[in-house]
Design a protein. Structure first.
Length: 69
């Protein structure tokens, strides 16, 4: 990928369909959490965060949370 300045990066991002933007944001969550936890001195395995996100993606959609009483 050729070098892009910040304006080109923004234009490229805005040109993406909303669905792709949402997917990219969601895929970045585990890395963002891992970096934040490491910064706070409580490192967590990136693989564990990705596994948890994948597990949450497979939960059935219900009107009531599984842990709710």
């Amino acid at each position: 990928m050729p070098f892009m300045d910040w304006k080109q990066a923004i234009e490229r991002w805005r040109a993406l369909p909303q669905k792709d933007q949402a997917r990219i944001r969601r895929d970045r969550i585990p890395l963002n959490v891992a970096e934040s936890m490491a910064f706070e001195g409580e490192p967590v395995e990136l693989a564990a965060l990705r596994a948890e996100l994948a597990r949450l993606d497979t939960l059935p959609a219900t009107s009531k949370h599984a842990l709710a009483s």
